[in-house]
Design a binder for this molecule. Structure first.
Ligand SMILES: NC(=O)c1ccc[n+]([C@@H]2O[C@H](COP(=O)([O-])OP(=O)(O)OC[C@H]3O[C@@H](n4cnc5c(N)ncnc54)[C@H](O)[C@@H]3O)[C@@H](O)[C@H]2O)c1
Length: 472
């Protein structure tokens, strides 16, 4: 084992430990040492290209779900609608959450799953023989450790966003996926939303001309109802993240869809970024307000909360620009922006309504309907209406789940590979590194080690698939 590998493993366990203990001594900003190590790793030859890789087909996909909180229990509900899928294992730190998820399976007429619990129960689940795919909606600091362990134990891995918190974790995901030939997909559900898929297909068909700039965001006021709600995130994990890191904590919802439109890792690549955060004007005030009424919140007073608004600007190798924003603690209507600007047109999703223009004025609702008619991609035509019925953020969650399982069952490459997971997630530690040094320029690693130049764009057809049914 190299020194770098050893220090990586130490940093993963230190990070998870510090977070579980709720201390504020561990931050995820990429250090100069990590950036130098990343540059060294980038120079190595790619061992195996997981972009476009099709794993042997699985008739029935046996799924183990790790993390059965708000997102995980919803996932159990959605997945149990899919044919050719069995949830064979359920795991949460807290056994009562496993019991609650069993009830969801029972309600859907699905067999009981094997149960795992405790802080390290997920390891036994990953080692078991009756699981093909690990699906992990755990807190952020467990995503990479779980996925790496799952792949090393012969399982495909699907993780909630972000896939990795540090640059080292992102590289470990890439190297483990290449070494094991197991998929590692980050479950970036926003790539499957209806306007995002429409505009991806339109971009592919040249309607915007050449794209030259794109914007994405995660602007969602989580502060009072979620971050400071004792009944929301387990052990207050998500609030703690907001003083352990300064930068863009949640880049992938905004970035994933625009990265697909710009063919990032598949024809172009993110080259470097600069990032700026302001101060915190809300979180510590809220902590004080909450602590005044309930001593439970006293430990959250005077923590080094991140700046409320972070803005990160990225330049690609082909000279395109992207702007990402993150703010989950200011009173604002929800927005992921989703703006695509090209030589012939522009699309913008937020603020509503969805807008497209090919000149000075936005087109009419009727013209937009016409574009939906013509450019809605095959996957939405096939499963969109059913997905709206099943639900999950208006249906996009179910489109994503169904497509993942359909690809595994038909031996198709996944829409999002480990390079996407690493590149989209690494904005978190890299934005932190830039913010920490007065918005200095930070290079973005090439996790594909040059393969981006020939990797094929995301497949927008259902060719070779579309065979997976959905239960009533
Ligand atoms: N893609 C989306 O739209 C979306 C939406 C919501 C949440 N998320 C993501 O889903 C993940 C989970 O978020 P959530 O809102 O469900 O949080 P949550 O706190 O409700 O759920 C996390 C669960 O993980 C469990 N857990 C913690 N440590 C564990 C361990 N060692 N072993 C097993 N289980 C453990 C907790 O007990 C809890 O039940 C996060 O990554 C979050 O960012 C994504």
């Amino acid at each position: 084992m190299t020194t770098n590998r050893r220090s990586f493993l130490r940093s993963v366990s230190l990070g998870a430990g510090a977070l579980a203990a709720g201390t504020s001594s561990f931050a995820f900003e990429a250090t100069d040492e990590q950036l130098a190590n990343s540059a060294r790793l980038e120079k190595k030859k790619q061992r195996f290209n997981m972009c476009g890789y099709a794993a042997p087909r699985l008739d029935v996909v046996r799924v183990g779900v790790i993390g059965l909180g708000m997102r995980g229990s919803d996932a159990v509900g959605r997945l149990s609608y899919i044919d050719g899928l069995e949830i064979t294992a359920l795991c949460d730190k807290y056994p009562d959450r496993v019991t609650a998820a069993q009830k969801i399976l029972d309600k859907r007429g699905r067999p009981k799953a094997k149960e795992y619990s405790g802080e390290e129960g997920w390891k036994a689940l990953c080692e078991s023989n009756d699981v093909d795919l690990i699906y992990t909606p755990t807190p952020w600091y467990l995503h990479a450790p779980v996925c790496i362990y799952a792949m090393k134990n012969g399982k495909h891995a699907a993780t909630e966003v972000n896939a990795g918190l540090s640059i080292d974790e992102c590289w470990q995901l890439v190297e483990t996926s290449e070494n094991t030939k197991k998929h590692c997909m980050m479950l970036e559900n926003c790539c499957y939303d209806f306007f995002e898929l429409l505009t991806l297909n339109m971009a592919r068909n040249g309607l915007f001309g050449e794209l030259l700039h794109a914007e994405g965001a995660y602007i969602h006021d989580l502060s009072k109802d979620w971050l400071f709600n004792k009944k929301a995130y387990a052990d207050m994990w998500r609030l703690k993240q907001n003083y352990l890191h300064n930068g863009n904590l949640y880049p992938t919802h905004g970035l994933g869809p625009i990265a697909q439109c710009l063919n990032i890792n598949r024809g172009d690549k993110m080259d470097h970024l600069v990032s700026m955060s302001g101060n915190d004007f809300t979180l510590n005030n809220l902590a004080k307000e909450m602590a005044a009424g309930d001593s439970f919140f006293t430990e959250f007073v005077d923590k080094p909360y991140r700046g409320n608004m972070n803005t990160t600007i990225i330049r690609t190798n082909k000279g395109k620009t992207m702007m990402l924003q993150h703010d989950v603690s200011t009173i604002r209507p929800y927005s992921r922006i989703h703006l695509l600007s090209g030589t012939k047109g522009i699309a913008q999703k937020y603020p509503a309504p969805e807008k497209i223009a090919f000149g000075h004025k936005w087109i009419s609702k009727e013209e937009l309907d016409g574009l939906y008619e013509k450019y809605t991609p095959a996957i939405v035509k096939h499963i969109g209406d059913i997905a709206k019925e099943v639900g999950g953020h208006g249906g996009m969650d179910f489109i994503m789940d169904w497509r993942l399982i359909d690809c595994l069952r038909n031996g198709l490459p996944l829409d999002q590979d480990v390079y996407d997971a690493a590149a989209w997630s690494c904005i978190l530690p890299l934005s932190g590194a830039s913010v920490a040094k007065r918005s200095r320029t930070v290079d973005i690693p090439d996790f594909t080690r040059g393969a981006w130049q020939s990797n094929k764009p995301v497949n927008l057809t259902l060719d070779g698939g579309g065979t997976t049914g959905v239960r009533k």
